[in-house]
Design a protein around this ligand. Structure first.
Ligand code: GUN
Length: 293
């Protein structure tokens, strides 16, 4: 059986480290980091994610606020709220949970957040720094995945990593982080996407395969090299009438099959999901420490 890479376990360990640094920061400054989450509308998954982020803040000793707005809020009203938070020194970090209603331009909203408070790491300035290998805020999910690899001692240097998916939130920044010159980088990275021809010829070369497509159970054992490390970023709600709530979370990897060939694999749920939150907590802590160091 493969090693199970438990995001739950890693995040518990990271939470302890973060809580200790929060306590040290408080002793020095009298303050703790404060994360603000903006939630627009009532999408069920977004509410769950924001609730989990708030709980994580409580666990590590951050202050947190969730600002909820009706789906009818105008883009200008939302931008004014973001600017108010940008200007207020009591707030360390700000995230706007995506997706947003169709009448709001996510790019405009993302760029309205001050780059120093952009603890999701989505702003062009932070993505640009990442692309150039300069210090900046790293996108929370790919950053969380590197924290997980480090925790389990999974070496990336010189390895061939194949990333499936080129989204701005996961695939593209993941490829940059793993190829940069760092302790959790120095890999040779191949980025595959929907137009890649003969996908299996690439994925079967991967020592580490990161799958972020949003296509439930897309990756079967035929796409995986025996002994590979498989990181599944997918979290799609699929219908499941055997459950009271009527759905279950499914990854992009066909777990039962791939677990037979992989040397290590992340489960869904309990794998990458908690690491996104750890990445966010780390980014918020670092934003605070940069400000008050
Ligand atoms: N929607 C899905 N993932 C994320 C995330 O990491 N951050 C935000 N703000 N919205 C999301």
């Amino acid at each position: 059986m493969p090693q199970i890479l438990s995001g739950k376990e890693v995040s518990l360990s990271l939470n302890e480290q973060i809580a200790a640094r929060v306590a040290a920061g408080k002793a020095k400054t009298g303050m703790v980091p404060h994360l603000v989450a903006i939630l627009v509308g009532n999408d069920g998954a977004s509410q769950t994610y924001v609730g989990a982020k708030e709980k994580a803040c409580q666990t590590v000793g951050f202050d947190s606020s969730i600002l909820r707005y009706d789906a009818s809020i105008s883009q200008d009203e939302l931008l004014a709220e973001i600017e108010r938070i940008n200007q207020d020194d009591t707030y360390t970090g700000l995230i706007v949970q995506l997706p947003l209603p169709n009448h709001i331009d996510e790019e405009v909203v993302t760029h309205a957040i001050h780059p120093d408070k952009d603890v999701d790491g989505f702003h062009d300035i932070n993505m640009g720094k990442l692309a150039k290998g300069h210090p900046g805020v790293k996108p929370a999910t790919p950053y969380g995945i590197t924290l997980m690899l480090k925790h389990y001692g999974i070496e990336t240097q010189g390895k061939h990593v194949v990333v499936l998916g080129r989204s701005n939130i996961v695939g593209r920044p993941m490829s940059l982080l793993l190829s940069d010159s760092s302790e959790t980088g120095n890999a040779t990275v191949t980025l595959c996407h929907s137009r890649t021809r003969d996908l299996a010829s690439y994925t079967r070369q991967a020592d580490i395969l990161v799958v972020a497509l949003g296509k439930p159970e897309f990756v079967g054992a035929d796409l995986v090299k025996p002994g590979a490390v498989v990181i599944d970023v997918g979290t799609t709600r699929v219908e499941d009438t055997s459950r009271e709530r009527g759905w279950r979370l499914t990854g992009d990897v066909l777990y039962s099959e791939v677990a037979e060939v992989a040397s290590a694999i992340t489960p869904v749920p309990g794998g990458v999901g908690p690491m996104t939150i750890s990445g966010l907590m780390m980014n918020t802590l670092q934003a605070f420490e940069r400000k008050y160091a």
